[in-house]
Design a protein around this ligand. Sequence first.
Ligand SMILES: [Zn+2]
Length: 61
Amino acid sequence: MKKPTHEERHRACGGKRRYRSQGDALDAALLAGVERQRSAYRCELCGQWHLTSKPVRRDPR
Ligand SMILES: [Zn+2]
């Protein structure tokens, strides 16, 4: 298995906002009004949580 390059790590982790817990991450998504388009995952690189875009189909309201 190949190691992620510095840039890949940065893109997967360093370039993202970090949260201490899943709850914090989801709260932030909620505040931004995007909780339906985001899910939280625990990052292996920093051990904290990030938000990622959920592939959702567009709701015609
Ligand atoms: Zn991370």
